[in-house]
Each structure stands twice: as C-alpha cells, then as structure tokens.
Design a binder for this molecule. Structure first.
Ligand code: HEM
Length: 398
C-alpha cells in the first residue's frame, strides 16, 4: 500500500473492509491517518497485544481523547478502559457485581418490556429512520434504567455519546464543532454531578447508588473515578448496542434467507447476533501505547509508540475466519473478539447480548420483512466505532 490509509475518508467510512484486507496482505504494519498510529490488522497480532497489557498500555486511549482544543480534562480518561493494573484491577472489582448474572436477571423483564414497546410503536410499511424509530429505544431505556437517568432525555444521551466518541476524530481546524463538543462535556458533567449529589442525599435502587456504597478493602470510588465510569457507561453502553441493532437490521434486509430462517427458528438468534458482531464489529479500533521496545507485525516499535488495533479487520481475517467477508449464520461461535480480550474484555457483553436478543425477538414478532429505502445510510464519524446514525428502512407488516 503506497498511499497512507485515512480512516476518515468517505470511501473508507462507507466500506472499510477492502482496505483492511489490503492492510492484512502487507508484510509489515503500516501507519494510518488521521493520528499516524501503527495499525494492527491481523487477528493473531491483535490477540497478542490484548494478551500483554503490561507491554501495551491502555493509557494509549488517552492522548486522542484529550486534544489541545478541548481545553479541559476529559473525565473519560479516568475511566477503567483507559488505565492499567493495579488501578484497573481495583476499578473493575468495584463495579463487577453490577454487571453479574443476578443484576442481569433483575433487568431482563424490564428490557423485555422496553423491547415489546419499541416494536409495537415501530411504523410499518413506510420509510423510517430505523435508528431513531427502533435501535435507539432499547439501549437508551436500559442505560437510563441502569444509571437511574431520565430516559426521556434519550436524544440528549445520543448527542453526548456521539460528541465524546468523536473527540479524537475531530480535525484541529473544526472550530465550530470544537465549541459544540466542549459544551457537551460541560453539560454532561454538570448533569452527572447532580445525579451523584442527589443519590448521595437519597440513595435509590440503581447503579449510581450501589457504586457510591461499594467498598473494596474499605476504599470507595473517588468522585473522579465515579464520574469517569458514568462517562464510560454512557459512551460504551449506548452507541455500541444501538449500532449492533442497526447492523443486525441491515443484515436482515440484505439477506432475506437469513431473515426467514431466524424468524422461523428463534433459537438461531444468539448465533445470528454473534455473526453480526463479527461481520460488522461495532468497536472497530482499540488504542494502546507501548511501554517498552518490542517487535510487532514485522516492525520494531520503540517504547511510547501509539498503536491502533483494528478489530474490524481482525474479525474478517481469513486466517481465523474462512470466507470472512461472507455473512454465515452457520459459522461456529461465539466470537468474543468484537468485545475485546483479556483484562479489559467488555464488562457489558452479556448485557449487550441480552438487549440484542430481546429487541430482535420483538422486532421479528412484529415484522414480515425489512427492505432498504433508497435514501442513503449516514455513517458515524468516529474512528473508534462503526455504525449508522441514519438508517432508512421500510419495515413490512406480517
Ligand atoms: C455491541 C455492544 C458492545 C461492544 C461491541 C462493546 C465492545 C467493547 C470492547 C471492544 C471493549 C474493550 C476495550 C479495550 O480493550 O480497550 C469494551 C470495554 C467495555 N465495555 Fe463494552 N461493548 C458493548 C457494549 C457494552 C455495554 C452495553 C456496556 C455497559 C452498559 C459496556 C461497558 C463496557 C465497559 C465498562 C468496558 C471497559 C472494561 C474494562 O476496561 O475493563 N459495553 N467494550
């Protein structure tokens, strides 16, 4: 590849997979724009990095999340996804229980109800933006429920998630955009501060109250850690699941034979969801920083090198997934790579899988088919996540 790949180029946004395949064919790693990071495209190399967190630090997420124009500390940088052991071990232990099996079974009937309602209210037989009309509804209600936030503010949560996620990809000269993003951080921090203060005064049965009460060897989360965690949940837990549902809908629209099979046999749903996650990984890139000199993908990297793990490429790597560019409902799974690997493996993976299963089940009960509308799909601008922000579809009645 002679020209450096730009992850923000429109042709890459529309379909990154041929570019990833080209990167995998290169004998060594190469650098990609806009950040100049070393891009790791092969499954085996990505796994190697994720298995060695002492050599590949998660603080690599930080620098792009705090560009100079932001002019402030990003609370996200205090969250567990951007720190290494021992700080990470402590944070993860403090919040682990809130995502365990008993917390999930408590949530399940509520998620089921949200899914049923979202499907019942979905307009049929005419073009809709599927993101707004369906994908957004269940994850926003779940995050609202988890954190005890007002779910009617869901379009605001969405803007927050989008702005925070876009921080690293916003060009240095996009001054108007910078001002909007700065305002979002201030608004989000103010809102979450009020939620924390309110739960301190009168605890409820929600995660914020539980986290305020949580102790590990007598130690509580600091305010900065708690704020960082709430930022992380809003970003990691909302957009990701919305995009997963939208990717699932696109696959169902593009593969009517898959739609027919899954609709007729719902025991195929978990397998379908795994293959959607592999075929269109929502978290496309993870960032790391080398802590010592090392060799990776045929390149000698000094300590302090910024690297970008291309999960979107790893999940299509033919060396791991034969016919990786084909959506194959009969592929053996589960494929955990879309949720990362090792100590930072996604804390919300069981929750995301449950939300997707309940939401898609409700959708399949209600509709007789999904058809693409002629209007174009709009893709998110982040370099971290891949998903449509507008998805024009027609949902056919049964
Ligand atoms: C389709 C849905 C989702 C995908 C594809 C996804 C993907 C990921 C990935 C790849 C990581 C690893 C990051 C790294 O190693 O740097 C991660 C971490 C994380 N995710 Fe998810 N996620 C999803 C949904 C959720 C949900 C619903 C929640 C919670 C409500 C959540 C919470 C987290 C948290 C807290 C971490 C940090 C874990 C740690 O650093 O130890 N995620 N996620």
């Amino acid at each position: 590849m002679t020209v450096r790949l730009n992850l923000l180029a429109p042709e890459f946004r529309a379909n990154p997979y041929p570019f990833f395949a080209e990167l995998r064919r290169q004998p060594t790693l190469s650098q990609v724009d806009p950040l100049g990071f070393w891009a790791v495209s092969r499954y085996a190399d990505v796994l190697h990095v994720l298995k060695n967190p002492q050599l590949f630090s998660s603080t690599g997420h930080r620098a792009p999340s705090e560009p100079e124009w932001l002019g402030r500390h990003n609370p996200f940088a205090d969250s567990m996804v951007m720190v290494d052991p021992p700080q990470h071990t402590r944070l993860r232990a403090l919040v682990n229980r809130a995502f365990g099996p008993s917390a999930l079974s408590r949530l399940e009937p509520r998620i089921h109800a949200y899914a049923q309602q979202a499907a019942a209210e979905l307009p049929l037989g005419r073009p809709v933006d599927f993101v707004e009309s369906f994908s957004l509804r269940v994850p926003a209600a779940v995050i609202g429920e988890l954190l005890g936030l007002d779910a009617s503010l869901r379009s605001r949560f969405m803007r927050w998630a989008e702005h925070v996620n876009n921080t690293s990809a916003t060009p240095p000269d996009a001054h108007e955009r910078h001002a909007q993003i700065r305002a979002t951080y201030a608004e989000m921090e103010q809102y979450l501060k009020e939620v924390i203060a309110e739960r301190r005064r009168s605890p409820r049965e929600d995660m914020v109250s539980e986290l305020l009460a949580a102790r590990l060897e007598g130690e509580a989360l600091t305010d900065a850690e708690l704020m960082g965690f709430l930022f992380l949940l809003l970003i990691a837990g909302l957009e990701t699941t919305i995009y997963l549902l939208s990717h699932a809908a696109m696959v169902l629209a593009d593969h009517p034979e898959v739609f027919a099979r899954v609709r007729a046999d719902r025991s195929l749903l978990p397998r379908f969801i795994e293959e959607v996650l592999r075929y269109e990984p929502v978290a496309q890139t993870l960032l790391r920083l080398t802590t010592a000199e090392t060799e990776l993908g045929g390149v000698r990297l000094p300590a302090g090198s910024h690297i970008m793990l291309l999960l979107g490429s790893a999940c299509r790597d033919e060396a791991q997934f034969p016919n990786g560019d084909r959506f194959d409902l009969d592929r053996e799974g589960p494929q955990n790579m879309p949720f990362g690997h090792g100590i930072h493996f996604c804390l919300g993976a069981p929750l995301a899988r449950m939300e997707a299963r309940l939401a898609l089940n409700a959708l399949l009960d209600r509709c007789g088919g999904l058809v693409r509308d002629a209007a174009p799909v709009k893709w998110h601008e982040s370099i971290i996540a891949r998903g449509p922000t507008v998805l024009p579809l027609i949902v056919l009645p049964r």
